[in-house]
Design a binder for this molecule. Structure first.
Ligand code: FE
Length: 237
């Protein structure tokens, strides 16, 4: 190989690569971004009981998992967009429309879609019944009785357009039943959800049509209270 050709190869393989890395770093203000692509949980592998429930069909689960994976894909897409946002786009930030506004708003739907579904799938596939131990004590303290808690939770789930959550609120030091009309609406700060009920139609329409109350019955017959108890105890209150 001629020396000239050798240098050409080096410049293609090495120098131009280094130049490109420098260029990207410069665009990001010289800082390396820390975004790591999020991988969806393989629920078929870690929670196969989701496909063996009485009141919620395998077809519903298959379709529901596809939606969850869609939220993961959109989260990764939004994060990549943010990571590569040009200075021109930063300077165009605007509250009516701008790319950064669009990403910042829409990524919250993707993040909600991930966290809500991981909570929901994580405690389904059980045998229903009633919570025990510290969780039951807390429920009785905050709601008077388990029946009173269940009444409020079921009514909240009927009144919601997307989600009903049971969350521990660290400021008020109590469990609170919250409503969500979307993956990203009405969250409350400084509270950790320990139970989530998906009441979007995709969660039950295949099995129950519009009869949401029947789906809620199936949910409470399939909830794994042991998982919810563990989530509550992991808060270390
Ligand atoms: Fe869902």
């Amino acid at each position: 190989m001629l020396r000239r050709d050798f240098l050409k190869v080096i410049s293609i393989l090495g120098f131009s690569l280094i130049f490109k890395i420098k260029e990207v770093k410069a665009e990001k203000g010289g800082k390396t971004m820390a975004f790591v692509e999020y991988k969806p949980i393989n629920f078929k592998e870690v929670r196969p009981q989701l496909w063996q429930m009485d009141g919620i069909s395998q077809k519903t689960m298959d379709e529901h998992i596809k939606l969850y994976e869609g939220y993961v894909a959109k989260y990764n897409e939004c994060m990549k967009l943010l990571e590569n946002l040009s200075d021109e786009e930063y300077n165009k930030a605007n509250a009516t429309y701008s790319l950064i506004r669009s990403i910042k708003v829409d990524i919250t739907r993707a993040i909600g879609g991930i966290k809500n579904h991981e909570l929901y799938f994580g405690h389904l596939g059980g045998k229903g019944g009633k919570p025990e131990g510290k969780l039951l004590e807390q429920i009785e303290r905050d709601f008077g009785s388990y029946d009173r808690f269940l009444k409020e939770l079921k009514a909240t789930a009927m009144a919601a357009r997307g989600w009903a959550w049971v969350a521990y609120d660290y400021n008020f030091k109590r469990l609170f039943i919250a409503i969500g009309d979307e993956q990203n609406t009405f969250p409350i700060w400084n509270a950790t959800p320990i139970l989530g009920i998906d009441v979007f139609e995709h969660a039950y329409f295949i099995d129950y049509g519009t009869a949401r109350a029947k789906y809620l019955e199936a949910f409470f017959n399939s909830v794994d209270w042991k998982v919810v108890e563990k989530s509550f105890e992991s808060l270390k209150l």
